[in-house]
Each structure stands twice: as structure tokens, then as C-alpha cells.
Design a protein around this ligand. Structure first.
Ligand SMILES: [Zn+2]
Length: 120
């Protein structure tokens, strides 16, 4: 029994149209034609069709590396990544606090004293 070539002239023509005329991936073309991605790639190479340039999304810029100072207030008014990002750096006046007295006052807001029930 003679082996029948699966790649009929019609299939080759459709493959060429899809390969050169669309951005469809080899796997998508294979799905349309009813064969595998590897069959598409193999046939494209045998036909000598031009290589395709795959447009990939550019990678985002790397996240900025924040170096925490070993001394001084760690308050930052800007977002990491801003060009003028910096820590306050004023001396820390309370042991164990990451902030200077000004910024500690902004962080800790003293609540009103609880109201005492009046004994009627
Ligand atoms: Zn500060």
C-alpha cells in the first residue's frame, strides 16, 4: 500500500497563508489544519518559509533596591522607585523606634481619654 502524503497541495497552501499572513502560533495553525505544532514547524522548514519574528512584551524594569540606613529615621515621603526617594534620616530619639520625634508624632496619635460614666 502506497503511503499517502498528508500534506496535500491544499493543506500546504493553507499552511503558507496562515504562516505568512497571520500571527497565529504554530500550535494554532496545527489546530486549524488538524495536525501537531511539530508537524507545522517541520513542514514550514521543509518548504523554506521565512522565519517569523515573535514579538514578545518587553520585560518591566527591575524593581529598585532599597538600602535601609543603619542609623536615622526610616520615614519616607516618596514611593520606592521615585527619583527623589529618600529616608528622613534625622536622629532617632527613642530607643527601639524607627522614626525621629517628628515622624513618631505623626504615626502615634494620642486618643482621647475614655469618658467616665457619671454616677447619678
Ligand atoms: Zn523623621
Amino acid at each position: 500500500m502506497a503511503e499517502v502524503n498528508w500534506w496535500t497541495p491544499e493543506r500546504v497552501e493553507r499552511l503558507t497563508e496562515l504562516w505568512e499572513g497571520t500571527d497565529a502560533a504554530a500550535s494554532q495553525i496545527g489546530w486549524i489544519l488538524g495536525c501537531t505544532k511539530n508537524a507545522v514547524i517541520g513542514k514550514v522548514q521543509r518548504l523554506g518559509l521565512r522565519a517569523r519574528i515573535i514579538h514578545t512584551k518587553p520585560l518591566p524594569p527591575p524593581a529598585p533596591v532599597i538600602v535601609f540606613p543603619t542609623k536615622g529615621c526610616l520615614w519616607a515621603d516618596r514611593e520606592p522607585g521615585d527619583l527623589d526617594f529618600a529616608f528622613c534620616g534625622k536622629p532617632v530619639t527613642k530607643i527601639g523606634s524607627p522614626w525621629c520625634s517628628d515622624h513618631r508624632a505623626r504615626v502615634y496619635v494620642r486618643s482621647a481619654p475614655p469618658k467616665l460614666k457619671s454616677a447619678d
